[in-house]
Design a protein around this ligand. Structure first.
Ligand SMILES: Cc1cc2nc3c(=O)[nH]c(=O)nc-3n(C[C@H](O)[C@H](O)[C@H](O)COP(=O)(O)OP(=O)(O)OC[C@H]3O[C@@H](n4cnc5c(N)ncnc54)[C@H](O)[C@@H]3O)c2cc1C
Ligand code: FES
Ligand code: FES
Length: 506
């Protein structure tokens, strides 16, 4: 059943486009290909893995003076999330004078395309990289491979593609730039309201972006109050954030929830603040932004995030979505548990006002994919103390370096008390039905010096404190071995640091 009175408005190639009559779960990819005949954008996997569908989605930057372009997997994104935004497909890169983007020219010159199926997605990822580079230094080879982590090519091989990327990066910034004054003005014109609307009785009105004749809706509130009010009225509504899980539910399980509340337009959910003592990260902050913010203070947490999916996944996937998803192999949870993170949960209370409560992450999960979230309640933010003198280590083990799911990911933090490991927090994913602290292992490590920990002791604790389960990603034997080795890796690093500081004999 389609909508006929609501329109999704977005900027495309210098014009405002109105998408009418679409379902709330029509994907951006299907709309581009089926309705706009932009068939340059391909469907390979429909699950965010191959990158054939990468397009750029633009939003007004914080200062309102430029468009912030991000690579996005069009197969996972719902069309109504584009309302108030801008889009570029590979067709958009051709300039009015017929010339091509430097990434396109370089791909031709370096023979970077054979069958061509992956090529538009690769070109869009390189266009995003070129935009990000701006007037700055060209990316290194490692930065190029990072940018292409979400693009698979089956036939050309990556060397000519990487060579093309390096050549494209040498083009003048003006040729790589995706900024366009006309599109900026249009984007300002269609920007979604930042303030809530009220009816004449002073009640909040959450205006749908899409509403079908049967009454199913897609809403995109601007404030927490609107979201809380909407979820109180429609407790069965799906909270939609980066859509990297939800997109799979739509494409692979054909789920069509009647009510969808998209949180990507709520500025209060997207902030990342570093106070004197603690970090506060809004639930809808994209993981790419979280990674950039944490890189200086928690480099190993940032490294786990660098290996989380790929740039198009991280540009939309959120920290709140990763937590709420409750997957046993969710990657941010071991880090957050080792940092003793606390969640702020919010919902509309009985007296019509919003209420919040704080729940420690370690008490959030009640079973596999089950949490303490109550009807109409959602995650507002995640907070954790800045590490200060605490040590923090984290590492993800997966078959591929990036764009792969963990066999296990571990994180550990501790204080150094005269060479002894104290106040130890150790957490894993992949070993239990939900990511959790490893209490028995923590007890075995507590108060020891790094050189007092040996493999046999850790193996014994692991063997008796877990249910031995083989999984799709790894056997129990492998996970147990990796769980032990990660602890040794973390503490041996500490031992080496102590020895270098001349304190190893204490
Ligand atoms: C190709 C690919 C690679 C991936 N790689 C990884 C990986 O390396 N590591 C990993 O851990 N995961 C990975 N994932 C899984 C997924 O990307 C993450 O779980 C992601 O963080 C989900 O966030 P999202 O914002 O996209 O959630 P969405 O898909 O929008 O939502 C997921 C669930 O969370 C709920 N939700 C979202 N926000 C809130 C909120 N604020 N309050 C309450 N409920 C909320 C939604 O209702 C939904 O049930 C991958 C997924 C794909 C498709
Ligand atoms: S079609 Fe493969 S990532 Fe979208
Ligand atoms: S050129 Fe064929 S998949 Fe890349």
């Amino acid at each position: 059943m389609s909508s006929d009175i609501y329109a999704v408005r977005f900027v495309l190639d210098g014009q405002i486009h109105h998408a009418r009559g679409e379902r709330r779960t029509t994907t951006v990819l299907d709309y581009l290909r089926d309705k706009l005949h932009r068939t340059g954008t391909k469907e390979g996997c429909a699950e965010g893995d191959c990158g054939a569908c990468v397009v750029l989605v633009g939003e007004l930057a914080g200062d309102g003076q430029r468009i912030d372009w991000k690579p996005v997997n069009a197969c996972l994104q719902m069309l109504p999330t584009l309302d108030g935004k801008a889009v570029k497909t590979v067709e958009s890169l051709r300039r009015a004078d017929g010339s091509h983007h430097p990434a396109q020219r370089a791909m031709v010159e370096h023979h970077g395309s054979q069958c061509g199926f992956c090529t538009p997605g690769i070109v869009m990822s390189l266009a995003a990289l070129g935009e990000q580079q701006g007037e700055g230094a060209p990316p290194t080879r490692a930065q190029v491979t990072d940018a292409l982590a979400g693009n698979l090519c089956r036939c050309t091989g990556y060397r000519p593609i990487i060579d093309a990327a390096l050549q494209a990066a040498a083009a003048p910034a003006a040729e790589r730039s995706l900024q366009d004054a006309t599109e900026l003005a249009l984007l300002r014109e269609i920007a979604r309201p930042a303030q809530p609307s009220y009816n004449l009785d002073g009640e909040l009105v959450v205006q749908p972006v899409v509403r079908t004749r049967k009454g199913s809706e897609f809403v995109s509130p601007a404030t927490l109050e609107e979201l809380s009010a909407y979820l109180a009225e429609h407790p069965e509504a799906i909270v939609l954030a980066g859509s990297t899980e939800f997109g799979l539910a739509v494409n692979k399980r054909y789920e069509r929830p009647p009510y969808i509340a998209y949180v990507g337009g709520i500025a209060a959910l997207r902030g990342i603040e570093c106070g004197p003592r603690s970090w506060r990260i809004g639930a809808a902050a994209p993981l790419e932004a979280v990674m950039q913010a944490l890189r200086g203070e928690l480099p190993e947490f940032a490294e786990v995030l660098r290996r989380f999916g790929s740039p198009p996944i991280r540009s939309t996937a959120t920290l709140g979505g990763n937590i709420a998803n409750g997957s046993p192999i969710g990657d941010s949870m071991p880090c957050l548990l080792a940092l003793d993170a606390t969640l702020t949960l919010r919902r509309r209370g009985a007296r019509g006002k919003d209420e919040t409560r704080r729940v420690e992450l370690q008490a959030f999960y009640t079973g596999q994919k089950r949490t303490v979230l109550q009807s109409g309640e959602y995650i507002e933010a995640v907070e954790f103390s800045r590490p200060g003198p605490r040590q923090f280590r984290a590492h993800k083990i997966s078959k591929r370096f990036e764009q792969d799911i963990s066999a296990t990911c571990a994180a550990m933090s501790w204080c150094d008390d005269g060479g002894r490991l104290t106040d130890v927090r150790l957490a894993y994913n992949g070993l239990t039905p939900f990511p959790a602290r490893a209490r028995e292992l923590e007890a075995a490590i507590e108060g020891r010096r790094p050189d007092e920990l040996d493999a046999a002791t850790l193996d014994d604790v692991i063997a008796r404190s877990y249910t031995h389960r083989d999984g799709l990603r790894a056997t129990w034997a492998y996970r147990a071995l990796v769980a032990r080795n990660l602890v040794l890796r973390f503490v041996q690093h500490e031992a080496a640091a102590l020895a270098a500081a001349g304190t190893g004999e204490r």
